[in-house]
Design a protein around this ligand. Sequence first.
Ligand code: ADP
Ligand code: MG
Length: 185
Amino acid sequence: MPQLDKSALRHQILYQRKSLSTTEWQEKSSLICDRLKEKTLVREAKTILAYFSFRQEVDLAPLFNLNKHWGFPRCVGKSLEWHSWQPGEELQLGKYGIKEPLTTAPRITPATTDLILVPTVACDQQGYRLGYGGGFYDRLLGSLTSSRITTIGIVFDFAYLVELPTDPWDVKLNSICTETKFDVY
Ligand code: ADP
Ligand code: MG
């Protein structure tokens, strides 16, 4: 029963993640951001979709001062709506308590972007991702037909596993970035 496995794994990893001290969380996040900044595909990307850290997800905030067009999601029903956001602009809290751009911020069409930094609960060594169980990113990534867009799963080393339980709708990521690794799939 893969769903049960996914659910048990989510609980276990979210518990471990919550147990990181603020200092550990920031240090590990900062290592991941340093690694991302070195990558040509990050340096050359003009428009990047990212996320605001929630429940001690890897914090990408050190990247947001890079000179890019940044897009962030709003949860609307069962999908993600993407809006432009640049440092200093106002944010609000969405329905899950996640920071979101205002509805008045200009919309961004995912298909026109270069890079998507994908939040994860866990990733595996085939490029699969475990999320919170809403399937939001499976729907987003499944809707993108252009292979021009690179997707990078962002995960701490402790949640980068050998193999995750998967379902037919799970979409593989192109790369995974941790504190110590950058793997391409
Ligand atoms: P997560 O990816 O967040 O870990 P799951 O992979 O368990 O979560 O997916 C959660 C739900 O999302 C599933 O019940 C599935 O029915 C739904 N889902 C995933 N991808 C799609 C899709 N492309 N279209 C419609 N529903 C989807
Ligand atoms: Mg999934």
